[in-house]
Design a protein. Structure first.
Length: 267
């Protein structure tokens, strides 16, 4: 009996090492798909979104959400500035790890490597909205509704700079940082094409959770203040939906992989 058990143990061990390369490939493919089309981590290198996001924070960005719903006022978004926004970036730092380098090489070969700089700001106004500053209390006004913004860095309201009404063109959004005095946002780009607005198709995705450092772990919901604009609801999206879909998809992928391995082992 002991000899049979030993033989079975050796067979299982050999089977594991045969399956390991395939499991590694499956894991790499899943990681590639998630990072490219579903969720990506970004770190914050500037003070423009204080105190919502601090230097060194890491956030997860849902890259799938705008395939199933529109961008909403109050969303914190990462977008590609395409070289026109020179500061306040949200970066994915390059790694010297040989595996990470190989991963980036695969991205380049497939033509999906991220190009240019990415930036992070809050959506203040949508296509068709009119945004201006300031009212008698120095607040930003959207469609005639002053915004009470509790998420702003302390003292930001007092530092607001006046700007004339801007009607947001179709397909574009108006973005501002939460630390208004330091943020070089739509206000600073009004002399450029689009009056400082950003094309919606340049939006990479929605930052939905702050994951690092752990003592600052929190979700990034849409503030209630935006529900008052035009009386519209601005319910926060369930940013974790793609993760749930990924978890559900892991079971059939695993089963399919094991079935394939069993067929390959048959004489």
């Amino acid at each position: 009996m002991s000899a049979k058990r030993a033989a079975k143990g050796a067979q299982k061990s050999g089977s594991f090492w045969k399956e390991l390369p395939i499991l590694i490939v499956i894991a790499l493919v899943l990681a590639f798909v998630i990072k490219t089309w579903v969720v990506q981590a970004f770190y914050i290198p500037s003070r423009s979104m204080e105190n919502t996001l601090l230097i060194g924070d890491r956030v997860l960005v849902n890259k799938l959400v705008y395939q199933v719903r529109d961008i909403k006022r109050g969303d914190v978004v990462v977008f590609n500035g395409n070289g026109s926004w020179d500061e306040e970036t949200a970066e994915t730092p390059p790694s010297q790890n040989p595996i990470a380098k190989g991963y980036r090489w695969v991205e380049r070969q497939l033509g999906v490597e991220t190009q240019g700089k990415d930036y992070i700001k809050r959506v203040i106004a949508l296509p068709g909205d009119t945004v201006q500053c300031c009212d008698a209390e120095n607040r930003v006004v959207v469609n005639g509704q002053p915004l009470d913004e509790p998420y702003l860095f302390p003292g930001s309201v007092e530092t607001h700079r006046d700007f004339e009404p801007v009607t947001i063109p179709q397909g574009r959004v108006w973005l501002m940082g939460d630390h208004r005095e330091l943020s070089k946002d739509s206000r600073a780009h009004q002399l450029e094409t689009g009056d400082g607005t950003v094309a919606q198709d340049h939006v990479v995705g929605r930052a939905f959770v702050l994951v690092w450092p752990l003592n600052r772990f929190t979700t990034l919901p849409i503030p209630d203040t935006f529900t008052k604009v035009n009386g519209g609801a601005a319910a926060a999206a369930a940013g974790a939906a793609p993760l749930a879909l990924g978890a559900l998809g892991a079971v059939p992928v695993h089963r399919t992989g094991r079935g394939l391995l069993r067929r390959l082992r048959r004489p």
